[in-house]
Write a protein that binds this ligand. Structure first.
Ligand code: ATP
Length: 436
């Protein structure tokens, strides 16, 4: 059974070193999180799984890594300076602040229960503004990007020239974005600093509807293939009144969070809006000349935009399970092997130095290819429980017989079954069992 309470995951993540409050030694910095030894590996694996399916396995998408700091012109053209805001209200009774569009009852304060106690809504721009260089003044204004997407539009001409791609083709990016959220909440679901995984897929205008359908399906399948049960996901098309004026359709991939279905990713048909805006503001041509048809056109864009940190929370919630093994209750994270922080744990049965040299040899053999944890503390049962709880798919135990028979025991996280395997065949067996 996946976790039904966010606290189950939050406390596991703190206890085991996945994710915890940032600057904790100073009392913590609200709504920022640090990803510890396990969380940083898991987050990296989420991003790598995305890159594998969006870039590596395709021949029509390239990757970029654009700057986080950007000049105001970019955000003027994109519309973020004028429109990237949320309606903010203050409760005059308890002084708490809220985002009006996210309130269940827009006239009741969810904190103190006050009725009609809100101020008039003000539009609050979510971008973090800063100064680039030592000189103050408007010429030095810069912004931390609130999304990675604009980097793909400003790089469009460059990529077209250098990559030999032509529509339909995509530009992908994974990286940090920053939003001064009014009400960051629900752990790493909504934070002020987060990781995004975004694709801008440029297509001939007439093919836009086809590619939109294609990406909606492909993106849903990505979550399912990585282990989220299909019934915990839904694709929700936006209502007319949710759509931006330039969009002919947007759907959200939503996950069954403990508080209800909520967004993991938005897949939007953005027409030629962004390229036209940047062409107009920069004076550069941002279009494509098709030598086959002798036509010049501005490609339409399909944008699957996902959050890596938010998606990591969903993978953790879906993987959480409790079961009973040999009358012992255990917690197990049934993470897909591709996502698991460590793929294999190497566990010598004893700390004796007759055993540890062979255990280290086994670790080295596997670590060339996989992220491996080595643990020789506590009794073996406790070590298995720890590996179950951090989602390690396989544990390899080196015991005293190993010294004679040159074999080790592989234990499976999900079934707890154990098999004896010659060390010579260990890597091949592990490759097979992990499946990638
Ligand atoms: P919301 O309505 O929840 O504020 P959004 O629709 O503005 O989100 P997008 O601009 O479409 O979000 O961003 C794409 C993805 O980036 C989201 O689906 C989400 O996974 C992620 N994301 C956006 N804002 C945050 C945040 N503050 N913290 C964590 N992830 C975020």
């Amino acid at each position: 059974m996946p976790a039904t309470d966010l606290d189950q995951i939050v406390s596991l993540c703190k206890r085991r070193g996945f994710v915890y409050q940032s600057a904790e030694i100073y009392g913590g910095f609200r709504s920022t999180y640090d990803y510890g030894p396990l969380g940083s590996l898991l987050l990296r694996n989420v991003k790598e799984a995305w890159l594998r399916s969006i870039v590596q396995q395709r021949d029509d998408v390239v990757l970029i890594d654009a700057a986080v700091l950007s000049p105001p012109q970019v955000w003027q053209a994109s519309g973020h300076l004028a429109n990237f805001s949320d309606p903010l209200v203050d409760c005059t009774s308890c002084k708490q602040r809220f985002r009006l569009d996210k309130l269940e009852h827009p006239d009741t304060c969810p904190n103190c229960g006050g009725k009609q106690t809100f101020t008039e809504a003000r539009e609050f721009n979510l971008m973090f503004k800063t100064q680039a260089g030592p000189v103050e003044g408007s010429g030095a204004d810069a912004y931390l990007r609130p999304e990675t997407a604009q980097g793909m539009f400003t790089n469009f001409g460059q990529v077209l020239q250098t990559s030999r791609k032509k529509p339909p083709f995509g530009i992908a990016q994974v990286g940090k974005s920053f939003r001064n959220e009014i009400t960051p909440q629900n752990w790493i679901f909504r934070t002020r600093e987060f990781d995004q995984m975004e694709l801008e897929f440029f297509v001939p205008p007439a093919d836009s509807a086809h590619w939109y359908e294609y990406w909606c399906e492909a993106r849903m399948n990505w979550y399912i293939d990585l282990g989220i049960p299909a019934e915990m996901l839904q694709l929700r098309p936006h209502d007319e009144d949710e759509l931006s004026h330039y969009s002919t359709g947007t759907s959200d991939v939503e996950f069954a969070f403990p508080w209800g279905f909520d967004e993991l990713e938005g897949i939007a048909q953005r027409s030629d809006y962004d390229l036209k805006q940047h062409a107009e503001h920069s004076g550069e041509k941002l279009d494509y000349f098709d030598p086959q048809t002798n036509e010049r056109y501005v490609p339409y864009v399909i944008e699957p935009a996902a959050g890596a940190t938010r998606t990591m929370a969903a993978f953790l919630l879906a993987a959480y399970d409790e079961d009973v093994v040999n009358d012992d209750k255990r917690t197990v994270l049934r993470l897909h092997p591709r996502l698991a922080p460590y793929k294999i744990a190497v566990l010598p049965l004893s700390k004796k130095d007759t055993l540890t040299p062979l255990a280290h040899e086994v670790r080295e053999l596997l670590a060339d290819r996989y992220m491996v944890d080595y643990d020789e503390t506590q009794n073996i049962g406790k070590r298995y429980r720890r590996q179950d709880e951090i989602g390690t798919p396989l544990a390899v135990t080196v015991d005293f017989d190993s010294l004679d028979d040159n074999a080790v025991t592989i234990r499976d996280r999900d079934t707890t079954e154990q098999v004896r395997v010659p060390i010579d065949e260990l890597l091949a067996t592990v490759n097979d069992r992990l499946g990638f």
